[in-house]
Design a protein around this ligand. Structure first.
Ligand code: FAD
Length: 217
């Protein structure tokens, strides 16, 4: 089924990241970690993850804008409150897992936003860790909420800005070895394809069993 709803709010969370809300359609049911295909006028549909919790009357999305691609995210960034978007039924990408390590790059964090919000509500987030990599400090978003939710279990990694205190470069085996306290934890990995591939390889080589590495569906 295809839904159409009018944009309720648009806020910029970072220089190239927006948070967009539409009303939740009557009868639309979803779980944390679900995504939909969003269709905006003149563009092909593209997958985006719902970042709010299923109860309530809205759907929230966090979307990185690539103006230089002149594609769907540029079109989304130009939407105005009251303009319509289309979207599909939801499909699942990740599910909550106790004792998880969320290993993520950029907007790859989106499925984990709703999952972590739900786990916090249920009291199971305290034993999880978030490793969140961004190219530069100004690409980072939701830092305050993530810090509040996870405290010192929130590990921020800046990959390209050498003078940043959280600079490390690309996450590698040495970094993972230093930061994963228990190799029996499930590791949920979500980022660009090259990030996912590199992380799966690095995790295996430090001894995380393949069955514990979740690359989503
Ligand atoms: C299940 C799933 C969930 C997702 N959830 C989210 C989410 O919640 N938030 C989010 O921000 N993203 C999410 N994404 C990623 C998102 O769908 C894409 O990043 C987005 O559609 C790309 O949009 P675009 O503006 O590049 O436009 P597109 O319309 O995809 O591309 C426009 C043009 O740019 C070109 N192009 C694409 N990539 C590059 C590149 N790297 N360099 C040069 N040219 C390029 C294309 O070939 C095309 O010609 C998700 C992806 C998946 C698979």
């Amino acid at each position: 089924m295809q839904y159409n709803e009018k944009v309720k709010t648009i806020n910029w969370l970072a220089h190239n990241v927006i948070q967009l809300e539409v009303p939740k359609p009557e009868g639309f049911k979803f779980s944390v970690g679900d995504a939909v295909e969003i269709k905006v006028a003149g563009q092909d549909p593209g997958p985006f993850t719902i970042t709010n919790l299923p109860n309530g009357d809205k759907l929230e999305f966090v979307i990185r804008i690539y103006p230089e691609h002149h594609g769907k995210t540029e079109a989304i960034s130009k939407l105005k409150v009251g303009e319509e978007i289309g979207f599909t039924e939801p499909f699942n990408t990740f599910q909550p897992q106790k004792r998880a390590i969320f290993l993520t790059g950029g907007t790859g964090i989106t499925p984990f936003i709703a999952i972590m919000r739900q786990m916090q509500k249920e009291g199971t987030l305290a034993d999880c860790h978030l490793f969140f990599s961004n190219k530069t400090r100004k690409d980072l978003f939701l830092e305050e909420e993530l810090s509040d939710m996870l405290g010192d279990h929130f590990h921020n990694i800046i990959a390209e800005e050498r003078d940043d205190p959280d600079y490390y470069g690309n996450i590698d085996e040495a970094w993972l070895k230093n930061h994963i306290d228990d190799l029996s934890r499930p590791v949920l990995v979500c980022g660009p394809p090259a990030f996912n591939k590199a992380m799966a390889k690095a995790l295996k080589s430090i001894g995380v069993k393949e069955g514990l590495i979740d690359l989503g569906s």
